[in-house]
Design a protein around this ligand. Structure first.
Ligand code: 13P
Length: 250
């Protein structure tokens, strides 16, 4: 099977008000380069309606940064997959390391969120990746694959084709210290192998992104690796010129 089209997913984290998002999106829309990649903005939930309107004439997709494992009801502060779809989202990040670390999200919870997203028709971007201490002792493959299998424990083969996985080593996030292209490929290939075991022929269609200090200068080399199908970008996603440069590089 040929390589799936790359996905350039922008994780704004907790940045930009709806007014700022509108200004940003309007500028992006007037500078969109020719790109082989699908572009998607993982925005704060309050920004999504404004972005959907500002980007209505473009192919730019939207996503949430988290999604509830529940469909509806007494879950104060949570946002359901149905609600995200309703405001025009196509994706939701699940299991970002910041949620795992600072919001006590276990891989069990991540699995339930991935299932809730897929059941509703939203594409989950399931994040996995090791911390520095694991990397330093060379345990990154085993650690990441364990986390992957647990995080996908509620995703059946029927839904697997829609999945996106993001390999984000925690030591590379926000540090300026990106993984090398070879390191990114090593883990992406290992993830692909695990997906083969879980989902057989559907595994080749799953997009595997790399995330962690991606910027215009390193995106092309990383995304050219055989098993890397795009990037999940934090800091460099806040600036229109960087996003235009990254999209143009894919
Ligand atoms: P940075 O690109 O800022 O390192 O963040 C990566 C990330 O966490 C994307 O989800």
């Amino acid at each position: 099977m040929s390589k799936p089209a790359p996905l350039l997913a922008l994780n704004w984290k907790m940045n930009k008000t709806p007014a700022e998002a509108t200004t940003w999106a309007t500028e992006l829309a007037s500078h969109l380069p020719r790109t082989g990649a699908e572009l998607a903005i993982m925005a704060p939930a309050v920004d999504l309606s404004a972005l959907a309107w500002a980007l209505r004439d473009t192919a730019v997709a939207l996503g949430g940064q988290d999604v509830s494992q529940h469909e509806s009801g007494a879950h104060t502060g949570e946002i359901s997959a149905g609600m995200l779809l309703n405001v025009g989202a196509r994706y939701a990040v699940v299991g970002h390391s910041e949620r795992r670390e600072y919001h006590a999200e276990t891989s069990g919870v991540v699995a339930a969120k991935a299932r809730a997203a897929l059941t509703a028709g939203l594409v989950p971007i399931v994040c996995v990746g090791e911390g520095l201490e694991v990397r330093e002792r060379g345990g990154q493959i085993e650690y990441t694959l364990d986390q992957l299998r647990e995080s996908l424990s509620q995703v059946s083969i029927d839904n697997a084709g829609a999945l996106v996985i993001a390999y984000e080593p925690v030591w590379a996030i926000g540090t300026g210290l990106a993984a090398t292209a070879a390191d990114a490929e090593e883990l992406a290939a290992a993830i692909r192998g695990a997906l083969d075991g879980l989902y057989r022929e559907y595994a080749s269609g799953v997009r595997i992104l790399y995330g962690g200090s991606v910027k215009p200068g390193n995106i092309a080399e990383i995304c050219a690796q055989p098993n890397v199908n795009g990037a999940l970008v934090g800091g460099a996603s806040l600036d229109v010129a960087s996003v235009v440069a990254m999209a143009a590089a894919l």
